[in-house]
Ligand binder design. Structure first.
Ligand code: GLN
Length: 198
């Protein structure tokens, strides 16, 4: 069987992620209950509304199994609300504080081309929708990209999080990075379009 990527599908933009995952030749499995986490090579936490996602995770009893999955080393990629879900105040996996709606509520939805450390092939076209930014982070967190000086892409070991939506811009390189992490190839430099910056 090929690489299986779980996508938290309680709420929010999980379908666009599934499309990219399939285009990269991996299987996309929607995750709604704890049993759906079995056998995953990596997990994506999509954008949406972190308040609603928090309630769904509680309702389904997904908090503990999600933490166990991430702590066992399975790569996890959070986008926008998914970044918020990974932070200190939510699942407590990523050593960051994500500030919700940091760019402002409605008017600060915007697109930007940003350099992401370690991604080859030019800037990433990033779609920001009522996006957070990282307002605080621990020493173990590597900042991969900033907008106006604020971290919007971070990595901490097997955890990757971005404040924007790469999946809405047809940007597949972060998903490629997730697949590379899942294959344990991240340190070698010879991965699809990615390398480590440190
Ligand atoms: N503003 C949302 C929140 O705070 C995140 C928006 C998004 O995921 N596009 O959860």
């Amino acid at each position: 069987m090929g690489t299986v990527i779980g996508i938290l599908a309680l709420q929010g933009g999980f379908e666009a992620h599934a499309k990219i995952v399939r285009a990269l030749g991996a299987e996309a499995h929607e995750v709604r209950v704890p049993a759906d986490l079995e056998g995953l090579d990596a997990l994506i936490m999509p954008g949406g509304e972190s308040t609603v996602m928090t309630l769904g995770i509680e309702r389904e009893g997904l908090g503990r199994p999600l933490r166990e999955l991430a702590r066992s080393g399975t790569p996890v990629f959070g986008t926008c609300a998914g970044m918020i879900m990974l932070d200190r105040d939510h699942l407590g996996l990523l050593d960051v504080r994500a500030e919700r709606n940091a760019f402002g509520r409605q008017l600060r939805s915007f697109e930007a081309d940003i350099e992401v450390a370690g991604l080859r092939g030019g800037p990433v076209h990033a779609v920001f929708i009522r996006a957070p930014w990282v307002s605080e982070h621990g020493d173990g967190v590597e900042v991969l990209a900033r907008v106006d000086g604020h971290p919007v892409a971070v990595r901490q070991g097997n955890l990757l999080a971005v404040a924007f939506h790469p999946e809405l811009a047809g940007e597949a390189r972060l998903h490629e990075l997730l697949l590379a992490l899942a294959a344990g190839r991240s340190g070698e430099g010879h991965t699809p379009a990615v390398s480590r910056s440190e």
